[in-house]
Design a protein around this ligand. Sequence first.
Ligand SMILES: [Zn+2]
Length: 134
Amino acid sequence: MRKNSAIVKPKRSRATIQASRERRRLGPLSGSAILDVAAFLNRYHKMRVLPKQGWDDDISAVLFKLPRSGAIVVGINAAHSPERRNFSLAHELGHLVLGHRGYGVQRRRPGVEREADRFATEFLLPERLLRAWC
Ligand SMILES: [Zn+2]
């Protein structure tokens, strides 16, 4: 039997590790809630966020790269609540930093979507902060 075998830390996923790395960009504010993901994307990733009207409700956001400039742009469904838009933008950031190919609608790749959701959850509310607040 190994020493300290009763203490088992859960293995951190690739998504949670990347989310922690992104949060560290905030320096002393990394322990705070991220209330404006659009501002984060613009400041730390030079990404533009374009609110889009008239999208179907089941489309939250679409990440794409402009062919000429290579700039990365996120279209976000303007009809959704600010909280949902924040989550959707964090989800799209997850696709980017996790190296998921084929930006855009990923409905046929549920594993990729779950990983981006895991990233967004940890990015917006890290488990260590949640535990500290409870
Ligand atoms: Zn997605």
